[in-house]
Design a protein around this ligand. Structure first.
Ligand SMILES: NC(=O)c1ccc[n+]([C@@H]2O[C@H](COP(=O)([O-])OP(=O)(O)OC[C@H]3O[C@@H](n4cnc5c(N)ncnc54)[C@H](OP(=O)(O)O)[C@@H]3O)[C@@H](O)[C@H]2O)c1
Length: 325
């Protein structure tokens, strides 16, 4: 019996783990730290021993947190869909990763997440973790890094010499977006509250606008790509600064849904797992050209506090859940 088969057999024999779960709909107050079954692995899956995890602040309100792909209620559910850990076993039909590999990735929203000691993940959603990072640092990269990459390049087609306006630049996605846009040779105008000014500037922003003190549309010239990570009024006011031929990209809500929306190009998107993009993000991290910002680290057992922390203003970058030492 191979190592992976023996570990798999051991784990499938009803073994339990600690996990953060939700039995009832709601916010962080519904999170319970308890015992759950180690998940079974299916075709194409890896079983990953989770060392650290992360999450997006609004995910508890997203339908895929609660349902499977057929729309069936799948409670109790485990949140947090960014993982960094070690491959413990491999299911049938997996390629590209071996048992024992240190990996990171964005996991399927419609399945249980990484706020647990083990997670079953499709291998295609994983990539080798950046060797220079701790697991905690690696765990905050996948969702935020991929969202920033896909917004700027896959949807925004940002290129050198263009101007990128990034709303919410001090947060999880924004801190990656500022670095990636700067590295792409764009002129970067970052926005947020005053606390984020120094961070955004250190990460490569050429200008910073405090949204509480200035109307950005009065000071920003025309931009090629506006990336909205705030939504609402900030998103709607951004139409005014898009150049002819430019694009308004939002990860929060559909810019075109407003009846007043002009006919410029706009995109609302949901991030998708992408191994090739994770590999590229890791390459840049290893080259010292990109760094994750960890605003706080909270043990898994206090996971409710982690979600509550991110509800507060002024937490830079991402909050990580530490699962093992
Ligand atoms: N569609 C997708 O696939 C996708 C993927 C990832 C994230 N998202 C969404 O994208 C948004 C950003 O995610 P994130 O992880 O970067 O969140 P985050 O870490 O909370 O970042 C948001 C940033 O925007 C700032 N901000 C919010 N409202 C503001 C306002 N009125 N004025 C000034 N600054 C404001 C926040 O500052 P304060 O801390 O001071 O409030 C924070 O720094 C969230 O809504 C998330 O759900 C969507």
């Amino acid at each position: 019996m191979s190592v992976s088969e023996s570990v798999e057999a051991q784990l499938s024999a009803g073994q339990t783990m600690h996990a953060l779960r939700l039995h009832e709909h709601g916010g962080p107050e519904q999170l319970v730290y308890e015992t759950a079954s180690v998940p079974p692995i299916g075709i194409g899956d890896a079983l990953v021993r989770v060392h650290a995890a992360s999450f997006t602040p609004t995910e508890l309100s997203w339908p895929p947190t609660w349902e499977d792909r057929a729309g069936r209620d799948r409670r109790p559910v485990i949140p947090a869909h960014e993982v960094a850990g070690t491959v413990t076993a491999l299911g049938y039909g997996t390629t590209g990763l071996a048992v024992g590999a240190a990996v990171y990735g964005l996991t399927d929203w419609y399945r249980d997440g990484a706020a647990a000691e083990y997670i079953a993940v499709e291998v295609r959603d994983l990539a080798p973790a950046p060797a220079s990072l701790s697991f905690v640092e690696a765990a905050v990269v996948p969702l935020a890094g991929l969202t920033a990459w896909q917004a700027l390049f896959d949807h925004g087609a940002l290129s050198a010499g263009q101007t990128a306006l990034i709303h919410g630049a001090g947060g999880g996605v924004g801190t990656f977006a500022v670095q990636l846009a700067h590295a792409a040779g764009a002129h970067v105008v970052a926005t947020g509250r005053e606390w984020a000014r120094q961070l955004a500037t250190e990460l490569g922003a050429d200008e910073f606008i405090d949204l509480e003190r200035q109307r950005f549309e009065d000071v920003v010239g025309a931009v090629d790509v506006a990336l909205d990570l705030v939504g609402g009024d900030i998103l709607q006011r951004s139409w005014a600064v898009i150049k002819p031929g430019g694009v308004l990209v939002s990860a929060v809500e559909d810019p075109a849904a407003s009846p007043a929306a002009p006919k410029a190009r706009s995109v609302f998107f949901v991030v998708v797992p992408d191994r090739a993009e994770l590999v590229e993000l890791a390459r840049r991290i290893e080259a010292g050209a990109l760094r994750p910002i960890v605003g706080a680290v909270v043990p898994l057992a206090d996971g409710r506090a982690a979600f509550e922390t991110k509800r507060n203003t002024g937490v830079p970058g991402k909050v990580a859940l530490q699962v093992t030492d």
